[in-house]
Design a protein around this ligand. Structure first.
Ligand SMILES: O=C(C[C@H]1NCCC[C@H]1O)Cn1cnc2c(c1=O)CCCC2
Ligand SMILES: [Mg+2]
Length: 510
């Protein structure tokens, strides 16, 4: 088996590419760059997320829809102000067969412009509100930047929810409800901690009113990463697309509806891989692992008689069915011609959370031996206790993986009130929480001031490493630290004379 050839701490980006490839999650679509094939190991994770989220939004009254994947120039025109920033990412269809299309159509990069002309048609009375649709689909954004599996691709799977409400307050409630579900996907399924907060004016979705976000942290390089966003669009889009209802309190008067849109994509899988993986490969949280436990026969030496071997494998089969009946996603690896050690490496590479070994010595003691993928801890479980102990052990693994990642994130989000400590903190792989005025121009300045000058960049392969990137705002955490006195505490940017508005989390980021 050719396992992972580089160490995660040595060459993080190559480590990542190797893991997603060799764990059979992804295949590069070499015909066209920026596109990736997602394989069964990935689709199991995505479908687990989808089931979990779908069940909960249905309980909220969100219904499913499926809109066409193309949008017209005309409907794009309606939201031109904010789309122009994105125009370079639009993919266009200009021909069908050998004929040019009269009017070229764009492949959806998101579906506001596709859907909202119909929201205008369908939403007439306040009785139609709240109006809530979600669709699971893929979108295309022709990224100019370097792509990488899950984290930045030219086509990705996501869900996009689009809702309409009578009041700002009703919209605001839903924004936070959905954000909490996003946090739940990360924390309860992927064992990944996130910080909940609001995007600054500079980082929010330009077409919206405000953006709430869950922000992740990657210990390997100390960068922040946007996990998922839930936006209140205010009345911006209902004014662009004329989505109004009759005012229930005033005949003849019309109200522009208050809208939200919210999206979570397959990027979440990349975040999970980066945080939990190690030098042996993928490490999967049990709740989303396709195979939670792999059962491997050991100690079947050539000197064993055929009937002894037969008997042992029959016993193994019983254990397999016992675990399967207990609801464990368990497989048995009976492949001939491969040593147990080879099999151990293979399943470690694929991230299976719990290995169970069963040999004649185990049988003699009526136990099964186990090895945890996350900590490597080994032990034995009495066969009589298997159906209780294995689920328990899987839950312990899930919690321990979360707690470890949470401790790392907490230890690396540092509150700073002395500007000179900022760059050293970033270089020590931290994200920082600083008092900030929240003014966009000031953010640009902060980014500039924290960008490493190439002359002092450490020697890289070409003798000169790229200057370290500056820090961007990640979010204004809902959970604000103590110590900021309104009207007194200054913005931490030494070149800014404004007062600080709130504590804001900044970091180098994806
Ligand atoms: O997509 C959104 C807003 C919203 N879309 C629906 C799901 C939630 C949320 O992401 C923002 N956005 C990001 N990226 C792009 C666009 C864009 O509108 C449009 C053009 C291409 C690139
Ligand atoms: Mg983008």
């Amino acid at each position: 088996i050719i396992g992972i050839t580089v160490s995660k701490s040595e060459n993080f980006s190559q480590w990542y590419q190797e893991v997603v490839l060799k764990a059979e999650m992804i295949e590069y679509y070499t015909e066209i760059s920026g596109f990736f094939i997602m394989r069964p190991a990935t689709m199991h994770i995505w479908n687990t997320i989808r089931k979990w989220f779908q069940e909960r939004i249905e309980a909220m009254g969100v219904e499913e829809t499926s809109f066409p994947m193309f949008l017209s120039q005309k409907s794009l025109e309606k939201e031109k102000d904010h789309v122009e920033g994105f125009a370079p990412e639009l993919a266009w269809v200009t021909k069908a067969g050998d004929k040019d299309l009269e009017v070229p159509v764009a492949v959806r990069p998101t579906s506001e412009a596709v859907m909202y002309p119909y929201y205008s048609k369908w939403i007439r009375s306040h009785r139609d509100l709240p109006f809530r649709l979600n669709q699971w689909n893929s979108v295309v954004r022709w990224e100019a930047k370097q792509t990488t599996p899950f984290l930045r691709a030219r086509e990705f799977l996501w869900q996009e929810g689009h809702t309409a409400h009578l009041t700002e307050q009703q919209a605001g409630e839903e924004v936070l409800q959905i954000l909490e579900l996003y946090a739940g996907i990360y924390e309860q399924l992927l064992a990944v901690p996130v910080v909940r907060g609001r995007k600054t004016e500079a980082e929010k979705f330009a077409g919206g009113y405000y953006t709430t976000t869950v922000e992740g942290y990657i210990p390997s390089n100390g960068r922040g990463i946007q996990g998922a966003t839930s936006h209140c669009l205010g009345q911006n889009f209902s004014k662009m697309f004329d989505i109004t209802v009759e005012d229930p309190n005033e005949k003849g008067k019309h109200i522009h509806v208050w809208q939200n849109s919210w999206g979570l994509s397959t990027r979440v899988i990349g975040v999970m891989v980066m945080i939990h993986g190690d030098d042996k490969g993928l490490v999967l949280p049990p709740r989303i692992a396709k195979i939670q436990s792999i059962l491997i026969p050991v100690g079947l030496t050539a000197k064993m008689s055929a009937e002894e071997k037969e008997k042992h494998l029959k016993h193994l089969d019983e254990l397999f069915y016992t675990l399967k009946k207990a609801g464990i996603r368990v497989e048995v690896d009976l492949r001939e011609g491969y040593t147990p050690a080879w099999k151990f490496n293979d399943w470690e590479l694929k991230g299976v959370p719990l290995r169970l070994e069963f040999g004649p010595k185990d049988a003699a003691k009526d136990v099964v031996s186990y090895a945890r993928r996350d900590t490597g801890e080994k032990g034995t479980i009495p066969i009589a206790e298997l159906t209780a102990k294995v689920p328990e052990l899987l839950e312990t693994i899930q919690q321990d993986m979360y707690n470890k990642a949470d401790a790392a994130y907490r230890a690396h989000r540092v509150k700073i009130t002395n500007w000179d400590e900022v760059v050293p903190a970033l270089d020590a792989k931290n994200v920082v929480i600083i008092p900030h005025c929240l003014v966009p121009e000031c953010e640009d300045k902060v980014k500039e001031l924290t960008t490493g000058r190439s002359d002092d960049a450490a020697d890289g392969p070409e003798g000169q490493k790229a200057p370290s990137m500056g820090m961007k705002s990640l979010c204004i955490p809902f959970e604000q630290p103590e110590g900021l006195v309104k009207g007194e505490t200054k913005c931490l940017n030494p070149e800014c004379t404004r007062l600080a508005e709130q504590w804001c989390m900044f970091g180098r980021s994806y």
